[in-house]
Design a protein around this ligand. Sequence first.
Ligand code: NDP
Length: 433
Amino acid sequence: MMSDHSQNQVSSLLRKKQACLVSEETDQTPAASPLEKDDRFSTLHLAVLCVCLPGLVLYLLNKYVAEDGSQQLAVATLWDLNSFLILVGFVLFQAALYLLPIGKIVKGKRIATGERDDYCINGFYAFLITVVVLGGLWFFDLVDVTIGHDKCLQLAFSGILVSLFLSIVWFLKSFTIPKEQLMNYRKKRNFVQEFCMGRELNPKFGKLNIKFFSMLRIAFIGWALFILTILAEGVERNGRVSPALGLVVVFQLFYILDALYDEESILFTKEIVNDTFGYIMTFGEMVWIPFTSSLQALYLVHHPQELSYLQVAIIIVIYAVGIFIYCHSNKQKNNFRRDPQDVAFTNLETIDTGTGKKLLVSEWWGWLRHPNYLGDIIVHLAWSLPCGFSHIIPYLQLLLCVRMLIKRATEIEEDCHGRYGAAWEEYCRRARK
Ligand code: NDP
C-alpha cells in the first residue's frame, strides 16, 4: 500500500528513535547525546520536505495538464472555490459512509500506546456507494465526469490547504489528551518534528479513527476516482480507450479494490500500530497518493502510446505474476496472523518465536523474506511500462516504491530481530533476502 509514499520515507527517519524511546522505562527526557546532530538533520529534512513535496505534486500535474507549456502555478489560478468544495464534500461524504452501520466492526491489534480500538470495516462498500452516487450525478447531467482531470491542479491545491488545516487541528487537539497517550512524550522534540510527524498515534473524532479512515478511504478511494476521471478524459479526447490507458486503469483499480476488499489487513501495518499522525501523513494520504499515483494515466492521456499485441501480452503477464505474488503472500501472512490454527496452515512449516507467535517458513515466506514487497514492485513496474521509455515521470512511483520498500524491509527486520531474537535469525537463514 502508499503505498508512494514519501511520508513513509520521512517517517522512517524518526521511527528508530521513537521505538527506542517508547521502550524506555523512565519518564525522563534523554540527556543531550550524539543523536542531536541527527535530530538537526531530520528537522531540516522534514522542513524541506514539507515545503517541496506540495510544490512537486503541483509541478508534476502542471507538466501534463498544461499542454501548451503554460505555467498555471500562480495562487490565483490554483485557488478555485468549486474545487475546494468538491474536495471537502468528498472527505465529508467518506466520513459519513464510514459511520454508516454497514460492514463489520473489528478489534484492531494492540497499538504502540497500548490501546486496542474498534474499526469499522466498510471501505469496499464506501467505494461502491461513491461510484454509484457519482454515476447517478453524471447520468442526470449534474456533474461533469472529467472535472477531476480538468481541475486536478486546483483539487490538489485544495488538498494541500485542507491537509495543512487538518494537521493544525490534530496538532492542537493533541495538547488536550493525557501525555501518556502520546507516542514520544518522553522525548523533547522540536516544533517541526512534532508538527510534521505528529504527536498522537491514533487521533479520533468520535467514532472516526482519523488515521485508519485517511489511509484507504481518502487516499485509495481518492486515487480510484482520479484515475476514473482521467479515463473519461481519455475517452472524450480519443473516442476510445487506448490499450495502454486501459491497462493502467484496470491494473490500478484492481490493486485499489483488493486493498479495500481486505481493508482489515491494514490494521496489522506499522502505520496503524507504530506511526504517529502528523502533517506528512495527512498530506501523503490526501494529496500525494491520489495525485502522484495517477501520473501514468495522466501521462497517457496527454502522450498517447501505441502498444502491439505482443507488448500488451507481455505487460499483462508481468502484472499477473506481480499481483499474484503480492495478493497471495499478503493474504497468507495476514490470515496466519489472524488465525494460526486455521486448517490451511496445518501442513506449513513454522518457527516458534517463544513469544506466543510463530513465523511461517513455507511457500512464499520460506522462499523469500519479503515476497509481498517483490510482488508490489513488479506490479508498480507493470503499470508504468505502458507509458514507454521516453519519460522518467511515469516511473517515479516505481522508484519511490523500491526505495521505500528497501527501507521498510530493514526496519521490519530490525524490529522482528529485536522481538524474536534467535527465532528471527533462524528465519533469516532459511528465507532469502
Ligand atoms: P509486512 O507485510 O512486511 O509485515 C511485517 C510483519 O509481518 C512483521 O512485523 C511480522 O508481524 C509479520 N511477518 C514477517 N515475516 C513473517 C513470517 N515469515 N511469518 C509470519 N509473519 C511474518 O509489512 P507491511 O505491513 O509494511 O506491508 C504490507 C503490504 O503493504 C506489503 O505488501 C507492502 O508491499 C505494502 N506497502 C507498499 C508500500 C509502497 O510504497 N508501495 C508502502 C507500504 C506498504 P508480527 O509483528 O505480528 O510478527
